[in-house]
Design a protein around this ligand. Structure first.
Ligand code: MBD
Ligand code: FE
Length: 308
């Protein structure tokens, strides 16, 4: 129908009334956002001639998305979570010239309160016979000085691309640890090399991606929160070089500066020093933290997270 249909008084009055604009109660910002949202939905319905069948199909899709708890997964897959990063970065670039390790999306699979260890820990429970990974590095400030006592909160998938907690077949906090950096700002963990993640094939996110002609895969990656008093909280990930999805991540998290090379280690002295049985793969990644300008920047953003 024509553009003028949306502009008719009856429609405009309906949208104002339904968004509470005629009420003195409620929250002004919220009302105006809902008013814009409703206006955009109605304009879209009109512009695309969305049928009643299509509309109710979309409503059912939202029910299914919520029922499967995949709303945050879809937000990642549609690039909205990456968009928030790009926008945040642009805002920060205009406020400060410090550049540290790039941020990238948290994703939907973090679990709070993983076991905390000083300097080093083993992350895997030994039940997955994946290749041994020795992951290590330093946390530094922008001048290159070590940050001692930083908390490096690490989580990653197993060799099937699944995360503990969300995958009940894994033990509690498997492949999830928090490491406090030592006096030289160093952290290290023994773990297993993760595989890439794929969206649940029977879920609503994958169903939507199918209709966009897109896949739902991520390259092998390792998530991090890095925090220390006086520094901006960092949410990031590293992607493992060589993965076929490295630059084809359905969640758009791969960024220059966040790619790590897995390196085969067969030096007997290094193997012995790490108390490992033999050949393994090491992944080194150092972090640079920026000074916090305000105390809130030291904390991760609030969002509903498992076990928090
Ligand atoms: C993941 O492991 C992930 O990191 C994101 C962003 C989305 C789905 C699964
Ligand atoms: Fe992930």
């Amino acid at each position: 129908m024509s553009h003028s249909f949306i502009n008719q008084h009856t429609v405009q009055d309906l949208l104002r009334e339904s968004a509470g604009l005629n009420s003195t109660d409620g929250n002004e910002r919220f009302k105006s956002i809902i008013h814009r949202l409703l206006t955009n939905i109605c304009t879209l319905i009109d512009d695309y001639n969305v049928t009643q069948e299509e509309f109710w199909h979309a409503v059912n899709y939202l029910h299914e998305l919520g029922g499967r708890k995949e709303a945050a997964l879809l937000a990642a897959g549609l690039g909205l979570e990456h968009f928030l990063d790009l926008r945040q970065e642009a805002i920060e670039a205009s406020q400060s010239s410090e550049t540290g390790t790039p941020r990238t999306i948290e994703g939907p699979l973090y679990v709070a309160n993983a076991p905390l260890a000083d300097g080093h820990d083993r992350m895997d429970d030994g039940l997955d016979d994946g290749e041994v990974m020795w992951l290590y590095g330093e946390v530094k400030d922008v001048q290159g000085h070590p940050v001692a006592g930083a908390i490096v909160d690490i989580w990653h998938a197993n060799t099937l691309g699944n995360y503990s907690f969300f995958d009940p077949s894994q033990s509690e906090y498997n492949l999830r640890r928090r490491i406090r950096t030592d006096a030289e700002g160093r952290y290290s963990v023994r773990s297993i090399l993760p595989s890439g993640y794929g969206c649940p094939p029977d879920g609503p996110t994958q169903a939507l991606l199918d209709r966009l002609g897109r896949h739902g895969n991520r390259p092998a990656h390792i998530h991090f929160f890095v925090s220390a008093p006086g520094f901006k909280h960092l949410t990031s990930q590293i992607n493992l070089n060589g993965d076929r999805y490295l630059w084809d991540d359905f969640a758009f998290a791969t960024r220059d500066g966040l790619i790590a090379d897995p390196v085969k280690v067969n030096d007997p002295a290094l193997i012995a020093q790490r108390q490992l049985a033999g050949e393994h793969t090491e992944v080194r990644f150092d972090f640079t933290l920026c000074k916090a300008q305000r105390a809130e920047e030291e904390q991760r953003i609030t969002r509903l997270r498992a076990l928090e």
